[in-house]
Write a protein that binds this ligand. Structure first.
Ligand code: FPP
Length: 253
């Protein structure tokens, strides 16, 4: 039995996370270690995305949210930004037949209007082409930051109040969350960050209030099905208490 098979045996199919979010970090360092340009790390990162999508689909995960490009990433050298934008547009177009075959639905999360025309059009095409798919929901965060998203939600709510369509007293957590760009997806059960850093970097700040966090030193291009399986096994070993006591949680099982 190979390593992946023995890991798969340890996964409880009844307790698969419904929503996994991933901060894909370490492409640049992966390339540096190999004496290659950073762009080679991003290109290899696309293969890891393919692998993560396939594994999520096979595991029956319903939502996979990937942090592909943050609002802050616009501040990288222009050449790297151009390379990444081209790569993302090219990759989504190349992957489309496979996504359709696997019944994967694309969602775009973030300030998409900032994405250069060619890549944006390819992304929108793939979203439209997969709109009927009912398997894995692949939420691609592009030009995204959580503070941007929360500010946008506040703006939408303020407009509804100003128009007289919403009473400020009726704004609830659920109502606020319904204005976030990830709505109506459930909150992530598991947040994975690769690349060894242990921070959240402006990702899904509202939605991860009760997510289990998993940090791995594995650099994103090396993130394979075994690493993903290890994260799920670790997730399944956690007791999720949502603010309750252990006794209360066990009573409710
Ligand atoms: C972080 O590594 C990675 C990114 C900023 C880009 C991630 C994008 C991809 C993997 C391509 C995604 C493609 C699709 C189709 C979703 P880093 O550059 O910050 O690495 P470092 O921390 O080692 O410098």
């Amino acid at each position: 039995m190979n390593n992946l098979d023995s890991l798969l045996e340890r996964i409880d199919p009844q307790r698969i996370p419904q929503h996994v979010a991933i901060i894909m970090d370490g492409n640049g360092r992966w390339a540096n270690l190999k004496g290659m340009p950073r762009s080679a790390g991003h290109a290899e990162g696309v293969s890891a995305v393919h692998c993560a999508v396939e594994f999520s689909s096979d595991m029956g995960i319903k939502y996979l949210t990937l942090y592909a490009f943050s609002t802050e990433n616009w501040n990288r050298p222009q050449e790297e930004v151009d390379t990444l934008m081209h790569l993302i547009g090219w990759a989504i177009e190349r992957e489309l037949p496979d996504l359709l075959r696997n019944n994967v639905r694309i969602h775009l999360i973030g300030d998409i209007k900032r994405i250069p025309d060619e890549a944006r059009q390819r992304l929108i095409n793939s979203r439209e082409a997969t709109a009927h798919c009912t398997g894995l929901n692949l939420m691609m965060c592009l030009s995204y930051s959580s503070r941007w998203e929360i500010t946008e939600a506040a703006r939408l709510i303020a407009r509804e109040v100003a128009a007289g369509n919403l009473n400020p007293e009726s704004i609830s957590e659920d109502n606020f969350a319904s204005h976030l760009s990830t709505s109506p997806a459930p909150d992530p059960d598991l947040l994975i960050r690769t690349g060894g850093e242990e921070r959240i970097s402006n990702f899904l700040l509202w939605q991860i209030a009760y997510s289990e966090l998993y940090f791995t030193p594995v650099l994103w291009p090396d993130f394979d099905k075994s690493t993903y399986a290890e994260a799920i096994i670790d997730f399944q070993s956690r007791e999720r208490r949502f603010g309750m006591t252990s006794a209360q949680v066990n009573e409710n099982i």
